[in-house]
Each structure stands twice: as C-alpha cells, then as structure tokens.
Design a protein around this ligand. Structure first.
Ligand SMILES: *Cc1c(COP(=O)(O)O)cnc(C)c1O
Ligand SMILES: [Zn+2]
Length: 503
C-alpha cells in the first residue's frame, strides 16, 4: 500500500523524519556526551554508556492507541527502510534519516507456538521466537543493523570517511558485523577476533565468506574482548561489540516485536533470554521500559535470564538477596554447548544492574529472575525442541531448560505464557548435536547422551548385493532391479511396514 492510501490521521506519522536528541549517558558518573562521536566508554570515568533520548517525552504527544495503529500500518508498507527494526524508528534511532538505514532482512522473526506435547513437558504455554531466522542466522543482526546504519549516516553526512570496524566474537557477532560491513563496501572494512577453536565451523565460515579479515587468537572470548578494547582505545577503529551502545538500541526491537505480536498485552507474559555478554538482556529490558513509558504496554512482562552453570557470573551475582551486599565476581568459564554465551566477565554487567533495578521499580515488584542450568539439560531441551518442530540452537535449548527450571522451582506460575528466545539457527550449532549422537563429548562438558534422544543414519548395503550404482556408473537391467528389491525389503523391515493388499 502507498502512504496516500492510509487513513488521514495516520499518514503524517507513517514515514518517520529525523527527530529526537540522542546523547550517550555514562552509567558511572552520569555525564552526558555528544552523539556525534563514536564513544564506547566514558572518557571521564571509563564506565559503559547507554544512549538516551532527551526529547523522549515528545512521543507522548501521540496517544498509545495511535502508536499501535502506526506500527500495524507500517507492516503494510513496501519501503525497505521500514521493513526491519526501523518500523520502530522513533524508539530505536530517531536521528537517523531513512536513506541511511541499512536493511538486509533483519527482524520480525517468526513466533511459533510449541505443540501440545512439548508444552506439557515444560509445564506451561510457550512460544519460540526464532531469531535464527535473521540474515546471518542470529539476533546479532538487529544490533548490527542499528550500529551500521548509524555509521552509514556518519559517512553519508561527511562526518567520517573510511571506517575500519572491529569486534571480538563468540561467533555470531563477527558473522553479523562482517555481513553488514560487506554491504557497505568500500567505505567500511571489517576485522574480527575469534577465540581459536571456540567457534563452530559454520560461524568461522561466515566472516570469511563476507570478506572480513579474520584473526583467531589463543584464549577465550574474554581475552579477545580485552584485545579489541585495547585496539579501540589506541587506534582509529569502530568497535562493534555490544559495548557499543548503538547495538543495544537495535536489539530493543526484539521487545517491540513481541509487544506488537501479542497485541501489547504483556501482563501474563514471560520472556526467556540467554545471557552471555549481557547485551541482549539489557536491550530486552530497556525496550519494554520504553514502551511502558509511552503507555504502549500497561504491564512489564516477567523476564528470565538463563545461564549455563559453566558460565554463570550474572546468576551468581543475584544469588545474594541483599542488594547492598551483592558483589560481582568475574569467572573463569568452563566448556559450554551454549558457546555464544560462554562469557565470564560480561561487558554489560553495569547495564544489567542498573536496568534490573529500574525494571523492578517500575513493575512494583521482582519481575526479572535469573536461573542457571547444567549442560546436560541444555543439550536435552535443545534436542527435544527440535524433535518437536523447532529450529532452536543450543541457546534456545538453554532457555527452554531455564524455563523448565523456573516452573519447577516456582519462580513463575504455570498460568503465564512464555516467549523463549532461540537466539541463533540450529544449523550453526549442529556440531554439538553430532557430538551427542556419536557420544563423543569431551569430558569437560559433562554431557552423557540419553539413548532415547540419539538419532543416527542407517547405512543400508545388503551383503548379498555385489553390484551397486555409483556416480558415473549407473546400474541397469537385472542388477538394478535386484538392488531396488533388496533395499526396499530392508527398509520395509526396519520400518515394520504393512504390505498393501493385492488388488
Ligand atoms: C551473542 C549470543 C548470545 C548472548 O547474547 P549477549 O548479548 O552476549 O548476552 C546468546 N546466543 C547467541 C546465539 C548469541 O550469538
Ligand atoms: Zn563516567
């Protein structure tokens, strides 16, 4: 539909124009900094930043009911800049003109209700939101679309010319960064740092295919992070990790989409997200808070942050019930199948502390909870999800295991409806499924395959068959018929098929 075909009261709001007054706000000393520079930490005290719109209250001039209509009507537009996360332009990057928006197909990922059997096994009604159906097959595209649209804006307005974008990654950040940077050739080049042998082959292939410079270094993610922090402190590079507050803005779209998908009724909802560097849970909380401030939603949903017991510094921090006595302790992580969340010193921890406090205050009670789960449970729920028609990654399994734990421990009631984040596509982590099915897990994972969950291919080559077809050597005549007969019989036996009645 074209803009002129929409209702007259919607038309003026349909296509957003640049507005708002964005600033970086330091979470340590609360100083505000101009948005025109690429900042990652506070120049005064070194703390992480969040982006704030000083003119946010202007959004209240449009009543909530009209906002809902605007977002619904934007669904019908064919304008690429509004097809992705910038459907919520006013809440994500209001200063960015639409012609600077980079859209590669991110956002608006499917929300799929689990079948009856799986819901019964978990103990409540739930849906998966498949963020693996983003262009680089993980939710990281949301934040990259935001960060790269902003950099694109700086380039097209002549504020910067050439940009070298860098990031450290557990796999998916580098895939997304390299993809978006490749689209913006030749102005942007990218370099990514990965912990050697700690990303899957699929994740390694992604930045290589996008033409990024790929560095594999010894250590774990936390070590890579220290190196890119040193690089971005000392050299002219753009940091694309979630330390970059623009990433957080883009990832808020996940919350906005859930609100819109469920008709803005968040009262009985619970959102389940995995935690690694904690950028994602920061964005999810921040997004719901913003919609609540404008009255688009009346209630904040419950949020459950899930960590593997092999990398659970955020969970451990909140184990201390007395807020004044909580102390953050960075961890040395152990091996985890939720590899993208294998982080012992999350960069966004100060943001989590700040936002959890704010979230619970606004909600008028504890609405953010943390659980941790063993590797064994992560693998089992990952496999069970996919056996019931989902395409969950290991982090999607981690979330489902976390939801089950939260229900069992009474953290949440069974009357709630959960939306479970599968942060990446199952195929990125297929190697862990192989390890399980072949019972080859290294000791450090502490995963023991449950026989009923193992599935392996069956090779059918009957001993009596001396001749079988091969590429370039087809069988014909009697040998071919013997081959078809023998294998048909074996498969029918294996499947215990009933012979059709002779007519
Ligand atoms: C990055 C990532 C996470 C962790 O998200 P954070 O923002 O680092 O907490 C979880 N799952 C997948 C698939 C990821 O790529
Ligand atoms: Zn500061």
């Amino acid at each position: 539909m074209r803009p002129e075909h929409f209702p007259p009261d919607i038309q003026p709001h349909l296509i957003p124009r640049p507005a708002g007054q964005l600033i970086y706000r330091c979470l340590g000393c609360e100083t505000a900094f101009d948005i025109e520079k690429l900042l990652y930490t506070c120049p005064a005290c070194g703390q992480v930043l969040l982006i704030e719109d000083r003119d946010f209250e202007r959004l209240k001039e449009i009543p909530p009911e009209q906002w809902r209509q605007i977002f619904d009507y934007r669904r019908m537009l064919t304008l690429p800049a509004l097809k992705g996360i910038y459907r919520y332009h006013e809440f994500i990057g209001p200063i960015i003109p639409l012609n600077a928006v980079v859209y590669l197909g991110e956002g608006h990922t499917p929300v799929i209700e689990a079948n009856a059997g799986l819901q019964e096994a978990v103990g409540l009604r739930f849906y998966y939101k498949n963020d693996g159906q983003n262009p680089s097959a993980s939710f990281k595209d949301r934040g990259m679309a935001s960060a790269l649209s902003y950099i694109h804006f700086l380039i097209s307005s002549g504020k910067v010319s050439e940009v070298l974008a860098v990031c450290a990654s557990t796999g998916d950040t580098s895939a997304a960064a390299a993809l978006y940077a490749a689209y913006l050739r030749p102005h942007i080049k990218s370099a990514v740092l990965l912990p050697h042998k700690k990303v899957t082959p699929q994740q390694l292939s992604q930045p290589l295919g996008s033409g990024a410079r790929v560095f594999e270094i010894p250590g774990v993610f936390d070590d890579c992070m220290k190196v890119v922090e040193a690089l971005s402190d000392q050299y002219e590079v753009a940091l694309l990790n979630s330390k970059n507050a623009w990433r957080i803005l883009g990832q808020e779209s996940y919350s906005y989409e859930i609100a819109q998908e469920f008709e803005y009724d968040m009262a009985d909802k619970v959102i389940v997200v995995p935690i690694g560097n904690a950028g994602n849970i920061t964005a999810v909380m921040s997004g719901f808070i913003k919609f609540r401030r404008i009255g688009l939603i009346d209630d904040l949903p419950t949020i459950i942050g899930v960590q593997s017991a092999h990398a659970d510094p955020v969970y451990q921090y909140y184990q201390e019930p007395d807020e004044t006595r909580r102390r953050f302790v960075a961890q040395n992580v152990r091996a985890s199948v939720a590899q993208a969340a294998m982080i012992g010193n999350p960069v966004s921890m100060p943001r989590v502390i700040e936002l959890v406090k704010r979230y619970n205050e606004i909600a008028g009670g504890q609405k953010v909870h943390f659980v941790h789960v063993p590797e064994q449970a992560i693998m089992e729920w990952y496999l069970k999800a996919n056996r019931n028609g989902h395409i969950a990654c290991t982090h999607g399994g981690e979330c489902l295991a976390g939801l089950k734990t939260a229900v069992e421990k009474g953290v949440i009631g069974k009357n709630l409806t959960a939306i479970v984040d599968s942060t990446a596509h199952a195929l990125k982590f297929a190697g862990f499924q192989d390890l399980y099915f072949e019972n080859h897990f290294p000791e450090e994972f502490a995963v023991r395959p449950e026989p009923s969950l193992i599935n392996r291919p069956v090779y059918m080559h009957p001993g009596e068959l001396t001749q079988v077809p091969a590429p370039g050597r087809p069988l014909t005549g009697e040998p071919f018929e013997r081959y078809v007969r023998a294998i048909t019989r074996l498969i029918a036996e294996d499947l215990q098929l009933t012979r059709k009645a002779q007519s």
